[in-house]
Design a protein around this ligand. Structure first.
Ligand code: DAH
Length: 340
């Protein structure tokens, strides 16, 4: 009887399997615990006739050893497997974090600021919601100037000095001159608003950077040299500029500035429409009326100003053909600036 039990338990022990360490521990309790089936054999062994004791005792001991050995192996193997699953290998390279991209407008604005900050310009912010005086009046716009028209300007209130959304960042140069004493050398980046139908070439919101330099003896030659330096830093050392006479109410003389086409290097292509030149900004000597309106002595001081569209500079830099791409946040467009 006892012999059969031993044989049957030995067969069971040999067939044991477990995948988890907890299961292996349960097996140990079932066979080798205080009330385990092998442990119980030792009680039964007490009743075995003396002449069989030697042989059966040996068998029971062998069974117990075999079971201990088998269960320990199972435990070890399960433990190892579990550890492998959960262990962190700190020598493996980490998962790469996906990098975001800066918006092309932000990249371009920073670049413009960097170039001019090397010339001593500091950045000045101003309000987007403005009044007529800062956007038009102080800048020498005639009362009936068409830019003041409802068709161009977003009005918030009406009246003598209506509250409006600024149509250009030139309003910030007014605020600067009202507050600061020359020498003034500032750069005013910001959003501007115009009541335009949205298309590939126009948008009702866009970005400008305005520059202003007021001091004694500031000349048109200074303006030209500063813009040439900017163009070469922005578009490459070979870039050339040309100034075309133009008109702005707040500058006299005024000019529109072209840069040599960076695609065809001036030979003429479809980007520059065969002219070899691309318009990048408006500029001029600050009109004495503007200096006076802002409380600056126009007999003592002169100044120059310039204003450029950030979208336009970015378009020329990367040959972006449609303004709307800047505002749609299509990641297929934005991802192209990850490496910039
Ligand atoms: N404010 C002008 C615009 O929005 C740009 C401009 C032209 C700014 C000439 C200037 C300037 O400072 O001198 O179109």
């Amino acid at each position: 009887m006892l012999r059969e039990k031993i044989d049957s338990l030995l067969a069971q022990v040999e067939a044991l399997q477990a995948e988890q360490a907890v299961e292996a521990e349960e097996l140990r309790i079932r066979f080798l615990g205080k009330k385990g089936s092998i442990t119980q054999l030792f009680d039964e062994f007490k009743t075995v006739p003396p002449e069989q004791k030697r042989e059966l005792g040996q068998l029971i001991n062998d069974l117990k050893n075999r079971a201990t050995e088998k269960i320990n192996t199972i435990k070890e193997q399960a433990g190892e497997a579990e550890q492998k699953q959960s262990a962190l290998d700190s020598t493996l390279p980490g998962d790469a974090l996906p990098l975001g991209a800066q918006h092309p407008i932000s990249i371009t604005r920073s670049e413009i600021i960097q170039i001019f900050s090397r010339l001593g310009y500091s950045v000045l912010d101003g309000p987007e919601v403005e009044d007529d005086w800062h956007v038009f009046g102080a800048l020498n716009f005639a009362p009936e100037h068409p830019a003041r028209d409802m068709q161009d300007t977003f009005f918030i209130t009406s009246g003598d000095n209506p509250v409006i959304l600024r149509t250009h960042t030139s309003s910030v140069q007014v605020r600067a001159m009202e507050r600061m004493k020359p020498p003034i050398r500032i750069l005013c980046p910001g959003r501007v608003f115009r009541n335009e139908a949205i298309s590939a070439r126009a948008h009702c919101i866009f970005h400008q950077v305005e520059g202003l330099y007021v001091d004694e003896n500031v000349s048109f030659a200074d303006l030209k040299q500063s813009i040439l330096l900017f163009a070469q830093e922005m578009f490459g050392q070979g870039a050339q500029i040309r100034l075309r006479p133009s008109y702005f109410p707040f500058t006299e003389p005024s000019a529109e500035v072209d840069v040599s086409c960076n695609i065809c290097k001036g030979k003429g292509c479809n980007i520059c429409k065969g002219t070899g030149w691309l318009e990048i900004m408006g500029a001029g000597m600050v009109d004495p009326n503007v200096l006076e309106a802002c409380g600056i002595d126009s007999a003592k001081y002169t100044g120059f100003a310039f204003g450029m569209g950030v979208e336009r500079i970015a378009m020329l830099k990367w040959q972006i053909k449609d303004l709307r791409l800047y505002f749609e946040n299509d990641v297929r467009f934005l991802r192209q600036f990850e490496a910039v």
